[in-house]
Write a protein that binds this ligand. Structure first.
Ligand SMILES: Nc1nc2c(ncn2[C@@H]2O[C@H](COP(=O)(O)OP(=O)(O)OP(=O)(O)O)[C@@H](O)[C@H]2O)c(=O)[nH]1
Ligand SMILES: [Mg+2]
Length: 222
């Protein structure tokens, strides 16, 4: 009986994810779900992306167990932001599609080009839940070490794009960028991989092009 109930909940969540993906496609809003361990640089990456693409309109849903710190960073940029805190509801370490649907119903998506969900900092749980994104993006900072794609493969399996962040720190670390890329490819050979630094802007161009091209192709499929 318990298993049956669980299955029903999961099915409802998956159905909601499909609805979100299709609804946002129709509205021409490109939806990216950013997943990573705590502190890999997700918020910093979004901040720089918003500044680099002033002709596009962004909206952000921030997922955190506690605090509105990241939402405030977004609001400082003038970006429409919705904070989901799971702390008061048991402290879940991931977001789920029905919560995203509620957030979207309370947001104004008029004219929005790109929606980022900054998922809760955790390299394991968020990967288990489809939240309706057009692209799952896994962020791995070079400071986390070369072996993380092999040890925590699911986030790399369910993502279409990997951003290897904080590359400005490579000269100070015993880490090989080449081996990080190899390990990501070992888990997901089809993955697109962009090494970049949100601090210096190095490597940002392919990421910015990816966003603009995918946004355009979403509109042309309307
Ligand atoms: N050197 C360097 N530091 C960075 C870079 N990107 C982010 N940081 C630093 O890394 C720390 C964490 O960055 P955040 O952007 O808050 O990371 P996050 O993934 O949003 O963290 P959570 O939301 O807590 O999971 C901060 O001190 C940033 O200044 C980068 O490209 N280079
Ligand atoms: Mg953050």
């Amino acid at each position: 009986m318990e298993i049956k109930v669980m299955k029903k909940i999961l099915e409802a969540s998956e159905k909601k994810a499909e609805e979100i993906r299709e609804d946002l496609r129709k509205r021409g809003v490109l939806f990216l779900n950013l997943m990573s361990s705590p502190g890999s640089g997700k918020t910093t990456l979004i901040e720089r992306t918003v500044r680099e693409l002033p002709h596009l309109k962004f909206a952000v849903i921030e997922g955190d167990i506690q605090t509105t710190l990241d939402a405030r960073r977004m609001a400082n940029l003038g970006v429409q932001t919705y904070q989901i805190n799971t702390g008061p509801f048991g402290g879940d370490c991931h977001l789920e599609a029905p919560w995203i649907a509620t957030a979207l119903s309370e947001m104004n998506l008029e004219g929005v080009d790109i929606l980022f969900v900054e998922n809760i900092g955790n390299l394991v749980c968020p990967a288990e839940f489809d939240i309706g994104a057009h692209f799952n993006v896994v962020v791995l900072s070079v400071t986390e070490g070369e072996d993380k794609p092999l040890k925590y493969p699911l986030a790399f399996r369910v993502s279409q794009l990997a951003l290897v962040s904080k590359t400005d720190l490579l000269p100070y670390l015993d880490v090989s960028l080449e081996r990080i890329v190899q390990n990501i490819k070992a888990v997901n050979p089809a993955m697109e991989i962009f090494p970049l630094s949100a601090k210096t802007g190095d490597g940002f161009d392919p990421w910015l092009e990816f966003l603009q091209e995918r946004r355009k192709s979403l509109s042309s499929s309307l």
